[in-house]
Design a protein around this ligand. Structure first.
Ligand code: ATP
Ligand code: MG
Length: 422
């Protein structure tokens, strides 16, 4: 026998047994975003490497060490997308979309980062993200919180915390940078290798170091919150006022700087204690300068991305049951004569009921084994096409999840019965 072929480490298959949960989550997200007026967009999985370097920033984990990049024969460097915002901004500029007014868009898809695989951290993972272009008021930042807050409720999730911070204007950040460099330079002996490098390239990022030995040094660092420009301070106050008015709880985390360079003003993360170290399920913020930096007209923007694998892990921790369709029916066909009829009936049921799953038995096994399969599929009803039923132009319905008795009806009445059930 030849050696078995395996998937690449950190890149996972979606197995049939997990399909219901994924489909439920992705549909719930898409339906919710659409209900707030967002339009679905798709951008290529591959872009020029420069698109990501310019957007995300050179001195970030992603660009420094996590991208899958290669050279084409003509010398172009291309990369698999590590996140969705860069491609989305590239698309907006290329198609002149911000010129048509405020743009609200969302995407779902695979992202690629060369990280050390562990629970909640993979090399191919999936994000659902949304972006708003051309709206600078804190009202839209709050709308993103309102939507995500509502999403956790729709999914049945609890124990998620909203952490917020503001990064101010780029000018305020620049002068704060000097204050921070002075502080950390005075404690160089306590910095790890990464942080020493960041002291030169991107000192703000030292604040989000996960190194335990550096936590007390970081806790004692000056706070950007205390060096804000007036406009950003007002913006942040307004953001908090909206959250309070919406009854959305939050905590201010002054160390929240986010792993990507493009943010200003509002930044936020939804986190949970239930997933161990990989506890951030959704993250984002404002990036008012990015469109211009990428070659477009100055356009304010704000967005977020949800890590779907982490969301699914949390669903598995917390949520007992989900229902993907309102009703599921298993058609039991004990004889050869029943096969044709079962196809016609399945077709009628699909036409008549929108929210239905129909399992039309294709094993052609014994009555007993077909009932077993119906149970295994988790069907609500068995629809039995026995010999007697067939000769009388009838079907039998057996509820599989309640003690109600089996009943025999005409096909029309059976369809009505199922429709009334949904
Ligand atoms: P982390 O600090 O966990 O590395 P990040 O700041 O790199 O996260 P973002 O770039 O903000 O993450 O991505 C948004 C969300 O996508 C994260 O909050 C997380 O839920 C998810 N995510 C990021 N990287 C991965 C990964 N390698 N595997 C699975 N999910 C991920
Ligand atoms: Mg990361």
């Amino acid at each position: 026998m030849s050696k078995k072929i395996q998937a690449i480490r950190g890149m996972n298959d979606l197995l049939p047994e997990d399909s219901d949960l994924w489909t439920f989550v992705e549909r719930t997200i898409a339906d919710l975003f659409i209900s707030y007026g967002y339009k679905n967009i798709r951008t290529p999985v591959v872009e020029k490497t420069d698109t990501f370097c310019r957007a995300i920033g050179q001195a970030t984990d992603i660009v420094e060490k996590e991208m899958y990049s290669w050279n084409e024969a003509n010398g172009d460097s291309l990369s698999l997308r590590p996140e969705g915002t860069a491609g989305c901004v590239r698309m907006m500029i290329e198609h002149n979309l911000p010129r048509e007014g405020i743009q609200k868009v969302f995407y779902q898809g695979a992202m690629f980062r060369h990280e050390r695989p562990q629970k909640g951290r993979y090399r191919q993972f999936h994000q659902a993200g949304l972006e708003v272009f051309g709206a600078s008021d804190a009202k839209v930042d709050a709308e993103l919180m309102m939507m995500t807050h509502s999403l956790w409720q729709k999914l049945g999730l609890t124990n998620v915390t909203l952490e917020i911070n503001t990064l101010g204007s780029s000018e305020a950040r620049k002068s704060f940078r000097d204050i921070l460099v002075t502080y950390f330079s005075a404690h160089k002996n306590l910095l790890d290798e990464d942080s020493l490098r960041r002291l030169e390239t991107n000192p703000l990022r030292i604040l989000d170091s996960k190194n335990k030995d550096m936590q007390s040094l970081i806790n004692g660092a000056p706070k950007l919150m205390e060096h804000l420009d007036d406009e950003s301070e007002k913006h942040f106050e307004k953001f908090k006022t909206y959250l309070n008015a919406l009854d959305i709880d939050f905590v201010i985390n002054t160390r929240l700087v986010r792993g990507l360079d493009y943010y200003n003003r509002t930044v936020f993360e939804w986190t949970t204690q239930d997933l161990g170290a990989q506890g951030t399920i959704c993250a984002g913020g404002r990036y008012d300068g990015l469109v211009e930096k990428m070659g477009g007209k100055p356009t304010t923007a704000v967005g977020l991305a949800i890590g779907l694998e982490r969301l699914i892990l949390l669903m598995e921790e917390q949520v007992i049951a989900i229902k993907t369709k309102q009703i599921s029916i298993y058609i039991i066909t004990p004889s050869d004569d029943a096969q044709l009829k079962s196809m016609q009936i399945a077709s009628l049921l699909h036409d008549a009921i929108a929210e239905v799953i129909i399992y039309n038995d294709i094993s052609l096994g014994s009555l007993k084994s077909q009932f077993k399969k119906a149970d295994k599929a988790g069907a609500d009803f068995a629809l039995i096409l026995g010999e007697e039923e067939l000769s009388n132009g009838q079907v039998s319905i057996k509820p599989l999840k309640s003690q109600e008795p089996q009943q025999t009806l005409s096909l029309d009445k059976a369809i009505k019965y199922f429709k009334d059930y949904t």
